[in-house]
Design a protein around this ligand. Structure first.
Ligand code: COA
Ligand code: AMP
Length: 610
């Protein structure tokens, strides 16, 4: 059944060579889709629409609240720019299979760079701008790129973030050396160039000879995107070309019901998977118009920013993260700014990145009076695991649920032995193998790591790392992670990575980082540290140093603002730190104290610390 479905969906893609097998279970950790097929993803995004006569249709609308600019790019213009940049990259030695790291804010050149890689069959690795130099360095060393493409700066409310010095610092830390860095200069903070390594992006593009799309295998990698694992080492999620194109082109009408010529807006960032999928690839594969927004939900200039963009560009579907709605709700609780704009084109609101808390879901559903569609996914899956489907008719709205499984996914809650939980009961959410097209077939250069992380816990299943339930109607309720990953403003972050940073401070003997509830960001990290014996420095000074250290090593996106010094951390007799118990205390819940606790008085000493 599933193979028939995907064979039908694959007809929406232009293949240079048809695939020989829809799915081959013998390849990779769990199998590969569209084996033998040859295509080019960028040609499917751009050239084929131009060749079909839609060259003058708008592909991308760049709306920068930061620069006060709106620019429209037709499919033809975007195709031509991508072809020229691909030519410039090829002239600098980039060939099929080479990696290119992209470190850019929300400018069209980020999408153009991604598509130029796809045109050449080169593998891009986009790094989110809110990450600091060591995180960028780790991704450069992991991808070993021939080329880095970066912008001179990003624009955040109230400050210009100079990206180029962060890139320079990352290249000082990294052991790998790219041959060339193409730097997109922005007026707000033009970058100093390193002679012999850095070149101007715009000049290179302008001089580039248009490059034809390079045929790649369906199973060749399109991109790698790093995401937080449970350790400090991020995981390189691999996306293939064929399965990705088929899954995405299918999802746009099915889930969003947006058609060629209509406008979808995903208010995320190209540095995250949601941005890869629904700002860049899926809308273009489907021939619709995508809005790329540089700005925030609030403060650029006010809490009406989203509704202004929707009205101005006749947006049919808006996709954002619940945290953005909570930020808007805080400043415009009665929705006065929603009422101030003409939202007659808007048909539905999509939410993902974290569970949407029911009060926020009810608040926005009532004010907008349109369907609110929570959809659950992960960097690994690349498109929603669950949603509600506009094309086939929406299933009932249940605030707090991520909807029903998307085609190709069978989701179940499992008990620790891998047996199915009864309907409605919480267990470890797992997806029966094989995963559908579009989902990561492996980790970058690490098939075994993939098996260990996702496939070994429950044989025959993919372990999502999320806890939740599937109710009697088949609606999925995702309640949180089963590991030490927290979700800060829709961004997935590892508390383990933050603990590694705190532990590196010379005064710290041991530490724990836990997620604490936050009214806007959902969760924020909170650090507890025990100082080494004999340290007499001011605790407040040490705490401030720890906050600065996390910002410097991981980045501002971690939103790590609280560290407290404690005498001891609560542990079990075997020495395991009781993070879950502390998390319950920090969130005002009654802590569950395991009988194996070493010394219960440690918990009492933490009262008032959170
Ligand atoms: N480049 C550089 N720095 C960045 C950045 C980027 N691309 N994105 C964020 N930052 C910085 C911010 O400037 C901020 O720095 P500060 O500590 O100096 O203020 C820090 O990282 C945290 O940023 P952010 O998470 O944006 O928090 P905020 O308090 O500025 O704004 C929200 C709160 C809710 C408005 C914001 O988090 C938001 O819009 N979230 C939506 C998230 C989203 O779309 N997620 C995608 C998942 S689908
Ligand atoms: P990321 O890989 O950064 O996209 O983060 C994926 C994680 O975010 C998932 O494993 C979930 O924990 C969480 N998540 C994403 N979307 C949802 C949703 N709609 N409901 C609940 N949790 C979500």
């Amino acid at each position: 059944m599933s193979e028939l479905y995907w064979a039908e969906a694959a007809k929406a893609i232009d293949w240079i060579e048809p695939y020989e097998q829809v799915f081959d279970a013998a390849q990779g950790p769990f199998g590969r889709w569209f084996v033998g097929g040859v295509l080019n993803t960028a040609a499917n995004c751009l050239d084929r629409h131009v060749e079909a006569g839609a060259g003058e249709r708008v592909a991308l609308i760049w709306d920068s609240a930061m620069e006060g600019k709106v620019v429209h790019y037709t499919y033809r213009v975007l195709r031509d720019r991508v072809a020229k940049l691909a030519g410039a990259m090829a002239a600098r030695g980039v060939v099929k299979g080479d990696r290119v790291v992209i470190y850019m804010p929300m400018v069209p050149e980020a999408a153009i760079a991604m598509l130029a890689c796809a045109r050449l069959g080169a593998v891009h690795s986009v790094v989110f701008g809110g990450f600091a130099a060591p995180e960028l360095a780790a991704r450069i060393d992991a991808a070993t790129p021939k080329l880095v493409i970066a912008a001179s700066c990003g624009l955040e409310p109230g400050r210009v973030v100079a990206y180029k010095p962060i890139l320079d610092a990352a290249l000082d830390i990294a052991t790998h050396r790219p041959d060339t860095c193409l730097i997109f200069q922005r007026d707000a903070a033009p970058a100093m160039m390193v002679a012999g390594r850095d070149e101007d992006f715009s000049a290179a593009e302008a001089a580039g000879m248009p490059h034809e799309p390079v045929p790649v295998a369906a199973t060749d990698p399109l991109y790698v995107l790093y995401t937080s694992g449970t350790t400090g080492k991020p995981k390189g999620i691999v996306r293939d070309n064929g399965g990705h194109a088929v899954a995405l082109v299918n999802s746009v009408p099915l889930i969003f019901d947006v058609r060629p010529g209509e406008v979808m807006w995903t208010a995320s960032d190209v540095g995250w998977v949601v941005g890869h999928t629904y700002i860049v690839y899926a809308p273009l594969l489907a021939g619709v118009t995508s809005v790329m927004y540089e700005g925030k939900p609030v403060g650029t200039p006010d809490a009406g920013a989203f509704w202004r963009v929707c009205a101005q560009h006749r947006v049919k579907t808006l996709f954002t993260a619940p945290t953005a709605l909570r930020a808007i709700k805080q400043q415009d609780p009665d929705g006065a700014l929603i009422a101030a704009y003409d939202l007659s084109a808007l048909e539905a609101l999509f939410l993902a990145g974290e569970r949407c808390d029911p009060p926020t879901a009810h608040w926005i559903a009532a004010l907008l009076d349109r369907p609110v569609i929570d959809n659950w996914w992960q960097t690994e899956t690349g498109w929603p695991i669950s949603a509600r489907f506009r094309q086939t008719g929406l299933t009932p709205f249940k605030a707090g649920s991520g909807g029903r499984a998307c085609p190709g996914y069978e989701v179940q809650a499992l008990d620790p032995d891998g047996a199915l939980m009864p309907a409605g009961e919480v267990g470890a959410l797992a997806i029966r193998l094989p995963l559908p097209p579009g989902c990561a077939p492996t980790l970058w250069n690490d098939d075994d790591g993939y098996r260990r992380a996702y496939l070994e816990a429950y044989p025959g299943w993919y372990r999502t790392g999320d806890a939740g339930a599937v109710d009697a109607d088949g609606d999925i309720w995702v309640m949180g992670r089963t590991d030490d990953i927290i979700n800060v403003a829709g961004h997935r972050l590892s508390t383990g990575a933050m603990e590694e940073v705190l532990a590196a401070h010379p005064d710290v003997a041991e530490c724990a980082v836990i997620g604490r509830h936050d009214a806007v960001k959902g969760e924020i990290p909170f650090g507890l540290v025990v100082l080494k014996a004999g340290v007499t420095r001011d605790e407040a000074v040490i705490a401030a140093e720890l906050v600065a250290l996390v910002r410097e090593r991981i980045g501002p996106v971690a939103a790590f603002r609280h560290a407290v010094v404690v005498q001891r951390l609560p542990k079990t007799r075997s020495g395991k730190i009781l993070r879950a118990t502390m998390r319950q205390m920090a969130n005002g819940q009654t802590p569950v104290v395991p009988p194996t606790i070493e010394d219960a008085s440690v918990l009492e000493s933490l009262a008032g610390k959170f």
